[in-house]
Design a protein around this ligand. Structure first.
Ligand code: FAD
Length: 299
């Protein structure tokens, strides 16, 4: 099955590698190998790769920058289709509208917005993901969310067909979108921003980035906030109140700097992170009554 699939990838000039360690493609630096790691560099190749998965019955998953992924220690049996670093164009469509490949990095798009004196996405500066991943997750910070700025996307369905979708159909809510838990691949995102004062935009971006550096354990691999914010409180506050800063299973640890982050001290496994998260959630539930749910996507 995989041999025919690989032959077709070659015939269609679609780059791929075999047994690719997902540690290399996740900010957690955790995870076994994906059988096939596919790197299409155009929308057409992305459509083809997905339709080949269907044709040869190869399960697939989409990988952006891997900054919200926890991949199992046994890896992924199928094709991990990665569009980060590919499809990363950014273009100005009109005075205040930007169209980007879904593989463009949020920070690069923020800088492009600044260069074009466009305000509205400063909140996203410092979120270490791709634009596609940010739309799927409705990523947000410091009072802003992707839902405030996205006005449409193009995506590929499971059969390899291209579609467009408008903002009002994107079903955004807290860390959720129309794309959550579906096998659709976003290939472009259109953002609507507002004309702004570049000095002010830059100042906000710089301030928010320094708040991240001050509060977050950025010198350790992680996937950001491990748990979603429970209604009425904050995961980090509850974990801290339960005295769990520094709590550790194997090399997975609740950060001493920010209790909302599970960090990888070096050799953490997916199982370490899951068992730590489960224990933390149990203790928090018992001591505070709040139920913590994982924000990180488990593969
Ligand atoms: C240090 C740190 C700080 C962080 N801070 C924040 C923060 O402030 N706010 C916040 O919201 N998040 C934060 N995150 C989490 C993460 O950066 C975001 O969720 C980000 O939007 C994920 O984008 P990604 O490209 O890395 O997606 P990935 O982690 O690669 O994937 C996330 C999900 O999106 C899917 N996906 C990715 N790309 C596509 C695509 N093109 N088409 C379809 N599906 C796709 C994947 O299949 C997966 O389900 C942080 C993470 C880290 C490590």
């Amino acid at each position: 099955m995989f041999t025919d699939f690989q032959n077709q990838l070659k015939l269609n000039n679609i780059s791929f590698s075999l047994n690719e360690s997902m540690k290399l493609h996740t900010s957690f630096k955790i995870g076994g190998a994906a059988d096939v790691f596919v790197m299409p560099d155009s929308v057409e190749k992305c459509c083809k790769a997905i339709s080949l998965c269907g044709e040869f019955n190869v399960p697939y998953m989409i990988v952006g920058k891997g900054s919200n992924l926890l991949v199992g220690d046994d890896g992924y049996r199928g094709a991990a289709i990665c569009i980060s670093n590919q499809l990363s164009y950014i273009e100005l469509i009109d005075n205040n509208t930007i169209k980007c490949g879904a593989g463009a990095l949020l920070s690069t798009v923020c800088n492009f917005a600044l260069e074009n004196e466009l305000a509205g996405m400063e909140f996203a500066y410092g979120i270490p993901g791709s634009l596609g991943g940010a739309v799927v997750m409705n990523a947000g910070a410091y009072g802003g969310e992707m839902k405030d700025i996205v006005c449409g996307c193009e995506y590929i369905d499971e059969k390899g067909n291209l579609h467009s979708i408008n903002a009002d159909e994107l079903d955004f809510s807290y860390r959720h979108s129309y794309f959550s838990d579906k096998s659709l691949c976003i290939v472009s995102v259109t953002l609507r921003l507002n004309k702004g004062d570049p000095t002010q935009i830059k100042q906000t971006m710089t301030e928010l980035l320094s708040r991240r550096k001050e509060k977050q354990p950025l010198d350790f691999p992680s996937a950001g906030s491990t748990f979603k914010r429970p209604e009425g409180s904050y995961a980090s506050l509850l974990i801290d109140q339960c005295g769990l800063k520094g709590f550790r299973v194997g090399d997975a640890q609740i950060s001493e700097k920010h209790a909302g982050f599970v960090i990888n001290l070096g050799d953490a496994t997916c199982n370490d992170v899951l068992s730590l998260s489960q224990k933390v959630a149990e203790i928090v539930l018992e001591k505070t009554g709040y139920k913590l749910e994982l924000e990180v996507k488990i593969i």
